[in-house]
Design a protein around this ligand. Sequence first.
Ligand code: 5GP
Ligand code: ZN
Length: 114
Amino acid sequence: MDKCLFCDIIDGKIASQKHSETALVYAFYDIHPQAPLHILLIPKEHIHSILEVKENHASVLSEMVQLAQAIAKKEAVDKTGFRLVFNCGPNAGQAVDHLHLHLLAKRKLAWPPG
Ligand code: 5GP
Ligand code: ZN
């Protein structure tokens, strides 16, 4: 079983600023925020990247999206807008090999991204 930095955050071995959680997903504030609101949503189970997502991960993926919806509503950015991002691999700048969904909001986000 792989373990990593984000597994240590889930296990409480490394401190994090929790936003919220569900049975399968943990959401916390990014340590280097790229927007006034920057939250990471991670599965409590170690999944390396979006490339490793299989059919049996349907529940956890669904819960990640539903928690992102709930956070957007709680933070009142559901109407102003927000961005959800999965970085995968070196060209996308994936730095932590544990699946994570970025939720960015509370500023105008440029497109295309850098
Ligand atoms: P990636 O570049 O892999 O898509 O995103 C990894 C994210 O994790 C980055 O935005 C980075 O700031 C964040 N990060 C890395 N280490 C930590 C940490 O120890 N605590 C928190 N809260 N965020 C972290
Ligand atoms: Zn992990």
